[in-house]
Design a protein around this ligand. Structure first.
Ligand SMILES: *Cc1c(COP(=O)(O)O)cnc(C)c1O
Length: 476
């Protein structure tokens, strides 16, 4: 026998011990402190071990406890960045994904997996009132944004064969609040970051359409080729949603591709569709089920209106992948609509989790996140020592501690930076930061199915406690 071949019975025992570890983690996650324990040097000592030439099964299992110990706990009081909360029913199904080991390249390689991915992507499109879109699951919003912009580039100037000509300068437009994955994609696609026009935003951090229009006209007069307008449906800083209908109008007028980065916010259209008018007019939309559908990482998605545009960007005929069947369903290939060939069966966890709980449960949970953000904003507004720093459109709340004395902007920035570090060290709630109009903000982003009203109320309490601690003991 092959030395790495384990019996089904050994697999069962092994899975059960891992399951026990995972279940114990879930039992204690809400009571635990959030930050991972240990400094860099300690974590190195534990994990940077010599190459294991000989197998040591019990030791391998034993070390899983260390992994948990030195991982950040994602409980209901984790509000940093935009991080979904890892829905456990999906996690359970994810084990089967690895056991089945389907390669979701094409129908002939994985009929069930391909059909399930198409189905689940169709459900997502339908849930966002974009039922006529097709799409694909990705590793995340960054990959989805890259793919959307690759389609845009190839749709507007065909460069896959001849390359980008130095004399044709292409431009892309987005607001100053755009996520970093967009300039990154533009760099990778050879368009050049300098050709990303960052358009000003209004007081609500939404792109100003007149300024976009102005920039487009100016560039066209100079002979540049505007290929895409990127709208944010939920900016990462404040959750602002660009005026999508206006952007659709402007993009159409200038024959530019309209891509929406909805990695953070698009799925909130399930609960608040009125905020997303014009989303169905996009050419492509990225969204992240691993954020606001609470799926375990990774699970991103790109929706697109025209599968032919995906083919133009990604299809690359090769004899070894040529479909053998002429049947429309059976000859379907995801690799003609993606830069990836081998792809894991991401759809399984999502499909399972959506069926297990039903869309209504997810809609209610998103509604709860939206309500929680308003609850937090209300308690900030009620407290004279705290100040809200941006409108709360979705589930991001940006605020700061003012205190009772009159401090300069510089002092407030420093103080809030220290408060943030202290809040995190206290371990009870976890926030991140943003800088808005040169003001350092404490930032809570609520995309968390575990969060309770009490968890929300602990945010202000923790910030005030941290500030008090700092005043009493500034050097600690
Ligand atoms: C998170 C995020 C991304 C990137 O998505 P990943 O899944 O982290 O790759 C892009 N845009 C916005 C607005 C985001 O919030």
């Amino acid at each position: 026998v092959n030395p790495i071949d384990i019996s089904p019975e050994e697999f069962r025992l092994l899975s059960e011990s891992i399951l026990t570890i995972a279940t114990d983690y879930l039992k204690e996650v809400n009571a635990r402190g959030i930050p991972a324990s240990g400094r860099g040097i300690e974590v190195e000592r534990i994990f940077r071990t010599p190459l294991p030439e000989i197998g040591l099964p019990q030791q391998a299992i034993g070390k899983l406890g260390d992994v948990i110990q030195h991982s950040r706990a994602q409980n209901g009081r984790f509000f940093a960045y935009v991080l979904g909360s890892g829905e456990p029913a999906a996690a359970a199904a994810d084990l089967l994904c690895s056991v089945l080991n389907q390669n979701v390249t094409a129908w002939r390689s994985s009929p069930a997996a391909v059909t399930i991915e198409q189905t689940v992507v169709g459900w997502l499109a339908q849930a966002l009132a974009c039922g006529n879109f097709r799409g694909i699951l990705t590793g995340g919003g960054s990959a989805a944004n890259l793919m959307g912009l690759a389609m845009a580039r190839e749709a507007k100037v065909s460069a896959n064969n001849i390359g980008l000509r130095p004399e044709t300068a292409l431009t892309v437009y987005a607001s100053t609040e755009v996520h970093m994955s967009i300039p990154k994609a533009i760099a990778l696609l050879g368009i050049g970051r300098d050709n990303l026009r960052l358009i000003s935003v209004d007081d609500s951090y939404r792109i100003i359409p007149q300024q976009l229009e102005h920039a487009l006209r100016l560039d066209k007069e100079r002979g540049l080729i505007p290929i895409a307008v990127v709208g944010s449906a939920g900016t990462v800083n404040t959750g602002a949603i660009d005026p999508l209908s206006d952007l659709a109008e402007i993009a159409a007028k200038h024959k530019a591709w309209f891509h929406i980065d909805g990695a953070y916010g698009a799925l909130a259209a399930m609960a608040a569709p009125e905020k997303f008018h014009g989303m169905d007019r996009a050419d492509s939309i990225s969204l992240d089920p691993h954020k606001w559908l609470y799926q375990p990482i990774d699970c991103g998605c790109l929706l697109y209106r025209d599968p032919a545009a995906a083919h133009r960007a990604f299809a690359q005929g090769a004899e070894y992948v040529r479909p053998l069947s002429g049947d429309a369903l059976e000859s379907f290939c995801f690799f003609d609509e993606s830069f990836e060939l081998s792809r894991r069966f991401r759809a399984l966890k999502l499909w399972f989790s959506l069926q297990y709980h039903g869309f209504s449960a997810f809609r209610k949970s998103i509604e709860k996140d939206l309500r929680h953000a308003q609850r937090l904003a209300a308690s900030i507004n009620k407290n004279a020592q705290l100040q809200l720093l941006a409108p709360v459109e979705l589930s991001v709340v940006c605020f700061r501690y003012l205190g009772n004395e009159k401090l300069s902007e510089f002092e407030l920035n420093q103080l809030n930076n220290e408060i943030l570090q202290r809040v995190i060290r206290r371990g009870h709630v976890y926030l991140s930061n943003a800088t808005l109009q040169s003001k350092f903000c404490l930032r809570a982003c609520i995309v968390n199915h575990r969060t309770t009203d009490a968890d929300i109320d602990s945010i202000c309490a923790e910030v005030l406690a941290a500030a008090q601690e700092l005043q009493a003991n500034p050097n600690l």
